[in-house]
Design a binder for this molecule. Structure first.
Ligand code: AMP
Length: 419
């Protein structure tokens, strides 16, 4: 039997309804903040990611789906959204305009990770990217937007962590500071972190190994950032306070990718097990320039949609309202099937969602089916007499009552019921 690849899943209708609800809420909120959707390709030239995410970032070295296409080009399935959006932003020449651009995206990302609960090889992110502002108030607004999305979806108990990673000029100083603090205790670090200490010491701070966590406890990157970045971060924190958004300062939050600068943030959730990050983001003020554009400051975040749905399931929230039509057209005998089909099409043309029986089966079976899929809905029955007299028998499934109605009256009857 053919099966879906490990770490990928099919989303069947019952689950898709929850996805649609979550996405619909998100779009409404994103539009209310002035964000517009961008859809970028799922495959890109590999350099879009290798040149932006950092040479030693795990999503590049270990997790990227990288292959040669038929023309011998090196291409990759996108492991995240930001680099593609920046590529598109520059390609469109938007870095040369002075206005603020706000984009959001929603779609699949690909990482060759070891699959486990909450960690997939094809997963979905909803993300935003804002270009053209370095105001700390913008950071606060972007974080407020993320908080509003989580609240609007009905997720309880999320925890927001924030930190500052300083600017490009601060980076070598922070790296030296962290290396100096950790180097004397190098032998107590895990094997991966021994390598990280050489190549990218900041990553040691977000290692989850016990020894590394202990050693990192005395390190706070804020100690090594410049006064202007410190002031920027203070304003972000003050603004979050003013907006009454609960947060925790986390001196070890460094995020996995090299392109972040200044504000970094992450949202965790208690009910997700080991993979407890719902989403995260931060500033990336140098990435546009690094990818070949003008120097345009930017900030964004990405939320893992599978994890949002897991969090909602863990809370046993109300299942989303069914999306099955509440009207079923039944044919008493196969002779009336063409009439049933015409009536269904007529009603759909009037905006009424309808299921119709097009199979040769007994009325009893059709009613059994209707009571299963729309137990509180309405069945419209067409028999020989109904067709001859231009009428329909309208059966209310919850009351179990039925009556004969003129064809012209059906829409009114149905809308009365729906209201
Ligand atoms: P990142 O781009 O790594 O910051 O990820 C942002 C969010 O995407 C995370 O907080 C997760 O919610 C989600 N995410 C990342 N990797 C995976 C994965 N392999 N499977 C499912 N969700 C993921």
């Amino acid at each position: 039997m053919l099966k879906a690849l490990g770490g990928t899943s099919d989303i069947f209708p019952a689950e898709a309804a929850a996805w649609q609800r979550v996405e619909a809420i998100a779009r409404r909120i994103l539009h209310s903040y002035g964000y517009q959707e961008i859809r970028t390709p799922l495959i890109e030239e590999a350099a879009v990611f290798t040149g932006s995410l950092g040479e030693v970032a795990e999503i590049v070295t270990k997790q990227m789906y990288l292959f040669q296409d038929r023309g011998g080009r090196s291409v990759a399935l996108r492991p995240e959204g930001t680099a593609s959006v920046v590529r598109a932003f520059i390609e469109q020449g938007l870095d040369k305009t002075s206005s603020i651009s706000r984009f959001y995206y929603a779609g699949p990302m690909f990482r060759a990770e070891r699959p486990q609960a909450g960690r997939k090889r094809q997963f979905h992110q909803l993300g935003v990217e804002l270009f053209g502002s370095s105001s700390p108030y913008q950071d606060a607004e972007v974080i407020a937007l993320m908080a509003r999305l989580l609240d609007a979806w009905g997720i309880h108990g999320w925890v927001l962590k924030v930190n500052s990673l300083g600017c490009k000029e601060d980076r070598p100083r922070i790296v030296d500071y962290v290396r100096e603090k950790l180097e004397p205790h190098k032998d107590k670090l895990c094997d991966d972190c021994k390598v990280r200490l050489e190549k990218n010491p900041l990553r040691v701070l977000d290692c989850k190994e016990e020894g590394c966590v202990k050693l990192g406890a005395s390190v706070d990157v804020l100690a090594a950032i410049c006064p202007s970045c410190k002031e920027h971060f203070d304003t972000v924190i003050r603004s979050l306070g003013g907006l009454k958004i609960p947060f925790q300062r986390d001196p070890h939050l460094v995020r996995g990718l090299d392109y972040y600068s200044r504000t970094a943030f992450e949202v965790l959730h208690g009910n997700l097990g080991a993979q407890n990050a719902l989403g995260g983001g931060g500033r990336y003020d140098t990435l546009v320039e690094q990818m070949g554009g003008l120097a345009v400051p930017a900030i964004g975040f990405a939320i893992g949609m599978e994890r949002v749905l897991m969090a909602l399931n863990a809370q046993a929230s109300e299942p989303p309202a069914g999306l099955v039509p509440q009207v079923f057209v039944a044919a008493v005998s196969p002779v009336q099937i063409p009439d049933a089909l015409q009536l269904a099409e007529h009603l759909r043309g009037q905006g009424v969602p309808v299921l119709v029986n097009l199979e040769e089966r007994a009325l009893k079976k059709q009613l059994e089916y209707a009571s299963k899929v729309l137990p509180k809905g309405t069945v419209l029955i067409l028999g020989e007499d109904e067709v001859k007299n231009n009428k329909v028998t309208v059966r209310d499934m919850s009351a179990g009552q039925q009556e004969l109605v003129d064809r012209g009256e059906i829409i009114r009857r149905l809308t009365e019921k729906i209201v």
